[in-house]
Design a binder for this molecule. Structure first.
Ligand code: NAG
Length: 294
């Protein structure tokens, strides 16, 4: 017991009191560690930072080359169909994740891009606004308004804690593929890109459709590959790593601007971390399409 008391007292003495926290925590004293002043960043330190960044990108490139040689992606290559249905879960998924693909396809003549969004993104109760934002974003990306299907269905709430019923999602998708004579279906892969449960639910439903042969044989399925944690935030660096692959859509400088403009149409969502996302997320520069893994 004495021992415990002693150790508590020791911790107490180490912890600054609340008043100390308020006054001293933000003072520059706190940033000085034994002989190194973090605020005194001279050109010499900058040089080290750049050297570090340069070396780490070099190592990243080398590692990923080894990785892709070891684990090749199972893919059909790029989309060859003319009537493409992209299924997303929430307004803004289209430009946050599928931007390079959508911009490439909408610029191609003879390709009709359709979008199916399974929820209004009503998690914070602003589904109305977000639905309208989706329409503006699609206009920016080149998807005609008549090609957008937006669902507001009590069974499919925008909620990272709810597992959507795969049967409801599967029926919605298969009905649309048939009714609108789609020859291509594209959605999330089984890791859901950001890991959101609603994304994964769509992928699971497509796997149900495939394993039960419920899609017309003329319809080819693709999934957007979830990049590894190392590649997710490499921004345009991913283009250097993967541009030679046969299953990637790369966005040009103007394409990236289009994606950024589309993202800015989601004004209610366009907060600082999403602005950072557009710059640092590799999905805004490159999309890797793979075969759904049944
Ligand atoms: C679409 O992507 C393909 C394959 O990367 C490329 O050859 C083509 O130029 C792109 N088209 C447009 C309009 O960007």
């Amino acid at each position: 017991m004495d021992y415990l008391n002693a150790s508590y007292r020791y911790v107490d003495e180490l912890l600054p009191s609340i008043e100390d926290l308020n006054s001293d925590f933000l003072s520059t004293d706190f940033l000085t560690v034994e002989g190194f002043d973090f605020l005194d960043i001279s050109w010499f330190h900058f040089f080290h930072v750049w050297l570090f960044l340069f070396m780490s990108s070099f190592i990243l490139i080398a590692l990923s080359h080894i990785y892709y040689k070891t684990y090749p992606e199972v893919s059909e290559g790029l989309i060859k169909g003319k009537r493409v249905l992209i299924v997303i879960a929430h307004p803004d998924d289209e430009c946050m994740f599928f931007g390079p693909t959508i911009v490439n396809l909408t610029k191609k003549s003879g390709v009709d891009v359709h979008l199916m969004c399974l929820s209004e993104g009503n998690y914070y109760g602003d589904g109305d606004i977000r639905s309208r934002e989706l329409l503006s974003s699609c206009q920016e990306l080149g998807i005609p308004l008549s090609n957008i299907r937006l669902f507001s269905n009590g069974h499919l709430p925008d909620d990272p804690l709810v597992d959507w019923d795969p049967e409801i999602v599967a029926s919605l998708i298969s009905w649309h593929v048939e009714a609108m004579a789609m020859d291509t279906l594209l959605t999330f892969d089984d890791r859901g890109v950001s890991g959101h449960r609603n994304h994964i639910a769509i992928s699971r439903s497509v796997n149900v459709l495939l394993s039960e042969n419920r899609l017309p044989s003329s319809c080819k399925c693709y999934a957007l590959k979830s990049e590894s944690i190392f590649l997710k935030y490499t921004g345009f660096l991913i283009v250097f790593l993967k541009r030679k692959h046969s299953n990637v859509y790369v966005s040009s400088h103007t394409d990236h601007k289009t994606i950024k403009n589309a993202m800015s149409k989601h004004a209610s969502q366009y907060v600082w971390f999403r602005k950072l996302f557009v710059t640092f997320s590799s999905y805004c520069y490159l999309n890797t399409l793979v075969c759904p893994q049944i």
